[in-house]
Ligand binder design. Structure first.
Ligand code: FO1
Length: 313
């Protein structure tokens, strides 16, 4: 039995997990998901990364965007627009039901992890999906135009502002959810998914006890670079590396993870960087295709990452 714990953001992590549950029994997989992107929208609690993971694994995700539900309409949002908004965040009419369900049960005093477990169960999922914390945690992005809550920066302002710094509101008091520390300590392998290191992974590692559990776990830790050929597969990771003064490359990402990971998974495009990364960090570099274009590619990346981390074969 191989138990895997995955630190997960949104779309990239969801695709990786979709491959992983096809090469390991899903019940042996724990997804520890970022909640720094969460927000209140029209009084509803939205957890984009939890939903993206859940929808992807349940094969319900909108394949064009990588988030939201397949086949949903904008009718509710369009009507909301006619009323004057808020309409800058695209909540589809089916996705809306998830937010109503979540907000309702949170309002009844249930923790986010319990509501997430219920949603995942109703989606027929066997892997364990959990928010990293049940407490309020919000990623705040400091830019040259001021400080914005994550979705304000990312969606409303289209990630167009230059990022000067990032902080996690609530990090001083946020506690990890029950089972998360154990999942890390009992894992046979820990994977840092190809998510944004600053906006998706750092808010997970920053929750009290998480970084220590990852470092102290007997499991090998493998990190997958979300930067290929100096560009982010999706989102603003490359721009943020640049504006915060890091190398805009997989090497820049590797430096961010050298204290937590032993294995660094690099795309074939970046094979020429492998020696430099190994020489500079204490990580063992493995090179493989990391673009998850179809289900076979997702499975190959998952299997390759496990094999590299576990020295298997
Ligand atoms: N991303 C967008 O770029 N525009 C949107 O309007 C938008 C709406 C949205 C609604 C629900 C949801 O679960 C995700 C949504 N996302 C949207 C994606 C989300 O902002 C980001 O992908 C993540 O927060 C980053 O991991």
């Amino acid at each position: 039995m191989t138990r895997a714990a995955v630190l997960a953001g949104g779309v990239g992590a969801a695709r990786f997990l979709d491959g992983l549950v096809r090469v390991l029994p899903p019940e042996d997989v724990t997804a520890i998901v970022n909640v720094g992107d969460d927000m209140e929208w029209a009084g509803l609690h939205i957890s984009p990364d939890l939903d993206t993971v859940m929808y992807t694994l349940a094969d319900m995700v909108n394949p064009e965007t990588g988030w939201g539900l397949r086949g949903e309409s904008r009718r509710t949002l369009d009507r909301l627009s006619e009323l004057g908004g808020p309409d800058w965040f695209m909540i589809g009419d089916l996705d809306l039901a998830t937010h109503l369900f979540r907000t309702h049960w949170l309002g009844q005093g249930n923790p986010l992890s319990t509501v997430t477990r219920d949603l995942a169960k109703r989606a027929g999922l066997e892997l364990f999906i959990t928010p990293v914390t049940d407490d309020r945690l919000r990623t705040m992005v400091d830019t040259d135009a001021g400080e914005f809550a994550f979705q304000d920066y990312f969606v409303r302002r289209r990630a167009s502002d230059t990022v000067r710094g990032i902080r996690f509101d609530g990090i001083d008091t946020a506690q990890p959810t029950p089972k998360v520390i154990n999942a890390l300590l009992e894992a046979d392998v820990i994977v840092i998914a190809p998510s944004n290191p600053f906006l998706s992974i750092e808010p997970i590692l920053s929750v009290r006890g998480i970084r220590d559990a990852v470092v102290n776990s007997r499991a090998p830790v493998a990190a997958i670079s979300p930067i290929i050929g100096g560009e982010a597969v999706k989102g603003p990771a490359a721009d943020i590396l640049q504006s915060l003064g890091h190398d805009v490359s997989a090497l820049g990402v590797a430096r961010l993870y050298e204290d937590v990971a032993e294995v660094f998974v690099l795309d074939e495009t970046d094979a020429p960087l492998a020696d430099a990364i190994e020489a500079e960090t204490r990580m063992r570099v493995v090179v493989m295709p990391t673009l998850m274009t179809d289900v076979e590619a997702k499975m190959a990346l998952a299997a390759g990452t496990l094999k590299a981390a576990l020295h298997d074969g």
